[in-house]
Design a protein. Sequence first.
Length: 207
Amino acid sequence: MSWFKRLFVSDETVPTQTAEVNSDSQLEVHQSSVLNDDASGAAIGVAFEHHEIHEGDHFFIQEVVDIPINNVFDMQWTTPNTTKWEHFTFKFDCESETEWWIYEGASISVAGSSITPRNNNRNSANASTAVVAQISNTSIANANADTPVAGATVIAHGISGAGKTAGVASRQSEIILKQNTIYCFRAVANTAGFVNFDVEWYEHTNL
């Protein structure tokens, strides 16, 4: 007989009993704890990332940017030097052909305008550990002067829009961002147009 268990960390549990007939046709009774959601009191049966929304540890940034042809939009993202890691997903909607990169280990020479991450749970006062800014430039050369990526690692790259991928690029499987690291999320407009950025993440202390 095999058992599968997934552990959730929560402040509230209630004892329950489950019964199962084993391979010897004997009844086995097991005592366990069902974890309750703090907001509703219901037993947790949702995906873990949804549970993080209820806990106030899930955040998002949704922005739209009008990028002129050959111009560059960079999102500068700095993770904290702690083991509270950021579990990250993204979606880009592009009106026109746009090439994009995610660089890990970039640098910041000129900091952009600050972006405040929003908490999915609007009743929570928790703030994100991410430090995020945005900066626009008229060329790759100018962008690299402000946010150097020469020594960085490209962890994702693509072209969206103008029939390449129906104007959408997304990743549903989370990337756990490296602590104490600068990321650059870069978009270059091969054709002028609007780009919608939808980035979501939850923050969870690694055990």
